[in-house]
Design a protein around this ligand. Structure first.
Ligand SMILES: NC(=O)c1ccc[n+]([C@@H]2O[C@H](COP(=O)([O-])OP(=O)(O)OC[C@H]3O[C@@H](n4cnc5c(N)ncnc54)[C@H](OP(=O)(O)O)[C@@H]3O)[C@@H](O)[C@H]2O)c1
Length: 323
């Protein structure tokens, strides 16, 4: 991998993935800026320039991205804000890349595929969203394609549900999962835990985006980022529980309960809309990325060790010193 000090990589979004991308890029000697609205804390990697800006403010975004050679779109509004903010964010970031003459790398999810035939999603799987949020992602994808057609360099990496250190906003292995698992309590699962489901390790997602932003072979195309062969959610929970030394206990949360609670809790209504993903096989095919770049997903044993170390440090009750 060649590096150049004339490159400026601007990572938009300092949530679950952005800081990992920034850390990986700065480790290769590149100049890196990380952008968010809120205050930076421990997530800011050493050597990365922090910048506060609201990406929805065109002037602030233009200032944040001036001189960028590569932009990484790792921004995400709250689920409840998607109808108002997702497309303005996407369009604003595309416009900023165009104005800066920068290569745009977009982190995307799988919602736009809907219920894929056979449950397997490849880059050429037709878009058939079956949710409001999936329809928005398909619109965002159309904006990306239109930008490419007018000459903007846009490369897209799609990932499945996150797992790993810092993935607090993950659908299953998020902030409700780890404290309950470590305490030996039942962990909540949506849909059928015995269906195969792909999960994406946060470090693999970040490393994949760096490949897309730095390897010319990736440019202007759509890629599925590396993910381990899909296991069932139950099998993965059993592996995590065994590594944690607790008994695996699952509590299935029926979709009708999520919908019912969603009447008064808008965020859960948005979660309920996506529960279909656990009713049938939901498998991300990363074969094209593997064949092209030779990169494979981190083995489950290492993913679990890394997630558990983080979860223990973050959630486990402190051990009281003996009196
Ligand atoms: N969660 C998953 O399991 C998953 C799986 C696959 C793909 N994805 C996709 O990955 C992408 C990134 O999502 P994520 O879940 O990693 O995000 P996240 O952890 O929720 O982080 C989002 C970041 O965006 C920043 N942000 C939000 N609005 C902003 C604005 N107007 N201006 C500047 N910064 C703003 C937030 O910081 P401030 O609030 O401080 O601004 C935060 O740092 C999304 O497209 C998502 O759909 C997510």
């Amino acid at each position: 991998m060649s590096t150049s000090s004339s490159e400026l990589h601007v990572v938009l979004g300092a949530g679950q993935i952005g800081p990992r991308v920034a850390a990986g890029l700065v480790a290769t000697g590149r100049r890196v800026r990380l952008v968010r609205r809120g205050r930076f804390g421990a997530e800011l990697p050493a050597g990365v320039e922090p910048l506060n800006a609201d990406v929805l403010d065109p002037a602030a975004l233009a200032a944040a991205t001036a001189g960028a050679t590569t932009l990484y779109h790792c921004v995400n509004p709250l689920y409840t804000e998607w109808p108002r903010r997702l497309l303005p964010l996407t369009n604003g970031i595309i416009a900023a890349a165009e104005a800066a003459g920068a290569h745009l790398v977009v982190l995307d999810n799988l919602y736009m595929y809907g219920r894929a035939p056979g449950g397997v999603m490849r880059e050429d799987t037709p878009l058939a969203p079956c949710s409001r949020k999936g329809a928005l992602r398909a619109e965002a994808d159309a904006a990306v394609r239109a930008a490419r057609d007018r000459g903007v360099a846009v490369t897209v990496g799609r990932a499945s549900d996150f797992i790993g250190p810092g993935a607090t906003q993950a659908a299953v292995f998020g902030e409700r999962f780890w404290p309950r698992l470590l305490a030996g309590k039942k962990v909540e699962v949506m849909g059928d835990p015995d269906q195969p489901h792909s999960y994406s390790f946060v470090d693999d997602v970040a490393a994949g985006l760096i490949t897309l932003g730095t390897d010319p072979r990736a440019r202007d195309q759509l890629w599925h980022l590396p993910a381990n062969p899909a296991l069932t959610t139950r099998a993965l929970i059993e592996m995590i529980a065994a590594a944690a030394g607790v008994a695996p206990r699952l509590a299935r949360v029926p979709t009708w309960v999520l919908r019912g609670v969603g009447v008064v809790a808008p965020l859960l209504r948005e979660v309920a809309e996506m529960a279909y993903q656990w009713d049938a096989p939901y498998v991300l095919d990363d074969g094209r990325f593997r064949a092209t770049f030779g990169a494979t997903a981190t083995p489950w044993s290492a993913v679990i060790a890394s997630a558990l170390a983080w979860a223990r440090a973050t959630y486990a009750a402190p051990v009281r010193a003996a009196a």
